[in-house]
Design a protein around this ligand. Structure first.
Ligand SMILES: [Zn+2]
Length: 387
């Protein structure tokens, strides 16, 4: 059963909450940088990797570590907790004023056989990396911990081990957000998130409502504190220790027809199980905005608000019969391109293309393709329809 209290909560907290209700320009800018294109580029990186627990591959863990290091977090490490099991991958940005007070964004990176696990949970993993990306170069008052959990699918091993270790070392965790499955929209019409919480998390839920209302007003919000499935991911060990935590998942009726039909199947791939860069972007923005309200970002003295220009790329004509041209207004460098079909298979890969290059796809079958374009260390994904 789902409890719908979003509107009521918003009204109550408008009267009672202590946060100011004007936007912070810095938070606004960081939240706006969260991009569905970038999230889907990360999902495209992860879906061909073997993330099944039994394989014990370290490839995904090294990839995640490298991504966190790329965004200059203060420390990145592997948290090994069990023999023959990949580690949790943890990055920390230490707070300048309160380094011992931690807020956590987490998501599991493992997957089940035989799936590529694009929605479950390359999507949430991508969201965690996205927070590392958009906080690059920014100072925080409190510490932000970014955790990619291992071994969720076999019984939340990674998150239980992490919470045990944190309790043993008296780590002060003030709050946690877990994202697990944020990129599937039923019929591409669902535009809301399910926020799962327990009663010790009501303050955090109120903060989430404020943050989402201020910075992601286009995202619909449903809340759920009572259905059985809300325990089924990595926030559960935090709840059991009475640590405030929210679980964000695409809003799908998990007992009815709109639940992701590709869940735990071979077709949990970009285009099938993960079909909505829009929803992944908005849910990630809501998590990032909430945590930023807590960790309080600020700019070092003498530093201007960085201006950010996301690479813009146009592919035309689209839909197309034969070929499409790639063009970017600000781009002079060369472009790397990867084309995926809707099962996530790479069907074309070309390096060092000049701006304005035309890509011939006349030999490919009709259908929808995802184009990943790498420019200047940033990746964007676009859809192309071959007619
Ligand atoms: Zn999952």
């Amino acid at each position: 059963m789902t409890v719908k209290r979003s509107l009521m909560t918003l009204c109550v907290l408008l009267l009672t909450n202590t946060f100011s209700f004007s936007q912070s320009p810095l938070i606004h800018q960081m939240v706006q940088q969260v991009s569905g294109d970038t999230l889907f580029a990360t999902i495209a990186d992860l879906q061909p990797m073997d993330r099944v627990n039994a394989s014990n591959s370290m490839v995904p863990a090294y990839y995640l570590k490298q991504r966190l290091q790329q965004y200059d977090v203060d420390t990145v490490f592997f948290h090994f907790f069990k023999d023959n099991t990949p580690p949790n991958v943890i990055g920390i940005r230490y707070g300048e004023l309160y380094p011992d007070d931690y807020y956590i964004l987490g998501g599991h990176y493992d997957a089940v056989l035989p799936g590529a696990g694009a929605d479950d949970n390359a999507s949430g993993t991508a969201g965690v990396l996205e927070m590392a990306r958009v906080t690059r170069g920014i100072k925080l008052q409190k510490s932000l911990m970014l955790i990619l959990f291992a071994a969720e699918e076999v019984g939340l091993w990674g998150s239980f081990a992490f919470v045990d270790s944190a309790i043993n070392h008296s780590v002060n965790i003030e709050g946690m957000i877990n994202m697990d499955m944020i990129a599937y929209s039923h019929n591409l019409t669902d535009s809301s998130v399910s926020v799962c919480y327990k009663y010790h998390c009501l303050d955090m839920l109120d903060t989430f409502m404020v943050a989402a209302g201020l910075y992601v007003p286009e995202l619909g919000i449903e809340t759920d504190s009572s259905s059985a499935v809300i325990w089924a991911s990595d926030h559960a060990p935090f709840w059991l220790q009475q640590i405030p935590a929210l679980f964000l998942i695409e809003n799908s009726d998990r007992w009815g027809g709109s639940f992701n039909p590709y869940y735990h199947t071979f077709a949990d791939t970009i285009g099938m199980g993960a079909n909505s860069p829009w929803l992944a972007e908005k849910i990630t923005r809501s998590a990032v905005a909430t945590l930023l309200l807590y960790v309080e970002p600020f700019l070092p003295i003498g530093i201007e608000l960085p201006t950010y220009q996301k690479p813009t790329v146009t592919l035309y004509p689209n839909p197309t019969h034969q070929q499409f041209t790639i063009r970017s207004p600000q781009l002079t460098q060369h472009i790397n391109l990867t084309l995926f079909d809707n099962t996530g298979r790479v069907v074309l890969s070309q390096m060092n293309l000049p701006n304005g290059h035309s890509v011939d796809i006349s030999s490919l079958p009709h259908g929808v393709y995802f184009v990943r374009i790498d420019i200047d260390g940033e990746a964007v994904t676009k859809k192309v329809v071959k007619m």
